[in-house]
Design a protein around this ligand. Sequence first.
Ligand SMILES: [Fe+2]
Length: 201
Amino acid sequence: MYQQKPLNYSENALEPYISSEIINLHYHKHYLNYLKKLNELLNSVGYHESYTKEELVSHIDEFPLNIRGDILYNLGGVINHELYFDSMSPSKASMDGKLKDQAIKQYGSVENFVDEIRRQANLMVGSGYTFLVLNSNKELEIIDFSNQETPYSYGLIPIMALDLWEHAYYLQYKNERNKYIDAFLKIIDWNQVNKRYEQNI
Ligand SMILES: [Fe+2]
């Protein structure tokens, strides 16, 4: 059984950017449902946890063909949500460390880099996520994936995730997704994102 990852902050800590009602539902209902379904699927084939969740993505071919899609979907739902919740913090830390150097190298400035995340997020059609990933050359890429696809399936290492499913913002922002995106950009936990960057380069 894979265990739920605790939130690093209280449910109301991200207000006014993201309401406690949204965080409560998102964490306890949406995220935990993916975890529950993943564990049920894995139990149904007698799997005993031996891979990390990230490793499981690349070992999906060890499972029966008829449930691979379901496993991958729910596994993606777990991995993506855990990264999303870990991408935010009430601390409002500014970008620093090697990530900042690389962002300036690739995008010219921190402001341009953040603008590019905003631009990419606003391009998302339907349900999905905008990710900040490391590609195989250890360069930064900002990329959208639909539904619960995980960048690990494509050999990319995600270090930041922005959930763009309606459940992530609709209760508070209704149809104004762009305002939710702007709010998210103000509460990114750049300390943690930088840590993940430095661990993977
Ligand atoms: Fe979500």
